[in-house]
Design a protein. Structure first.
Lengths: 160, 160
DNA sequence: AATGAAATCCCAACGTG
DNA sequence: CACGTTGGGATTTCATT
């Protein structure tokens, strides 16, 4: 299931470019070129290559959740009834296809999944939990942690 | 500390635009205009306004963590020794200023904080935990959940 | 809010080390 | 093979109505 992208190791320039575009991908290529000491065309080629190879997965506008009236952020620890492969895949597909589930991690340590769910209000959150957890018998139990403060929500990766 | 952005309620067009640009902010404005039935100039102005008002927090290239050799993603539940405001703020600042801590949520439900930490390997992860948790006495205990699979890692918000 | 002009940016082609 | 330079084409931006 993994991308069989032949990952040509990123050199110094690629990493410098990534550090910039992950903060602001609308930075003009000319300006990037200036910073990393390359021509604009070279920057363009490298970005295109990294987009094609999947190193850059997506170019997205990051929204402020409160501004779009999504006031409930919950972290949910999910325990499956068993850890058979079919059960795990069933759960993965369920979470993947549920748009309110923003993030989903399959983890070690007793818990099976950790989800991050964002909804407009508590009512919407209750509906989601009912739809997801109560109606699927392969979920043994779950625990909701409601967020009081999104201290840090960015997704910037520290490039070595 | 919160942005007191005067949230002018988003209308139908704004939401339609946001749904597009959060998936791909490099979509040509002309194409956006086509979809939402507005002129390209109108789209341009609305996007600029939403960027200025903070509804669009940033425009970023989303990287594939594995491609940039960040192979450990851990979810950490942190318990503080006490819940005094000063202690909580101390912890918040610590997590905010640690770049490996990608996400940080202050939550209800017995746990104080939930962190998402991304590092290159287990060695780097151990160093981080030692630096963060062992050296700060206001942290009572913590539990690490290592992810086996990032089933869903995007941050798309479902706009009503 | 729509139109058109000017500036800017992106991208392909060519030539070089 | 990757870089730099150049030029055409598209896009964003701004001024005007």
């Amino acid at each position: 299931m993994n991308k069989k992208t032949i990952t040509k190791p990123l050199d110094k320039f690629d990493r410098a470019i990534l550090r910039i575009v992950q903060k602001d991908n609308k930075t003009p290529q000319r300006q990037i070129a200036d910073i990393v000491h390359l021509s604009a065309a070279a920057v363009q080629r490298r970005i295109a290559a990294m987009e094609k190879s999947g190193i850059i997965k997506q170019n997205s506008a990051v929204l402020d959740v409160h501004a779009v009236d999504m006031n409930i952020t919950a972290i949910v620890e999910v325990h499956l009834r068993d850890e058979r492969i079919e059960t795990v895949d069933l759960a993965k597909n369920l979470f993947k296809s549920t748009p309110e589930v923003q993030q989903c991690y399959y983890v070690t340590g007793g818990i099976s999944f950790v989800l991050i769910i964002v909804t407009a209000d508590v009512k919407a959150y209750e509906q989601i939990t009912r739809r997801i957890f109560a109606q699927n018998d392969f979920i043994a139990k779950y625990r909701s942690l409601i967020t009081l403060d999104r201290v840090k929500s960015g997704s910037e990766i520290v490039i070595p």
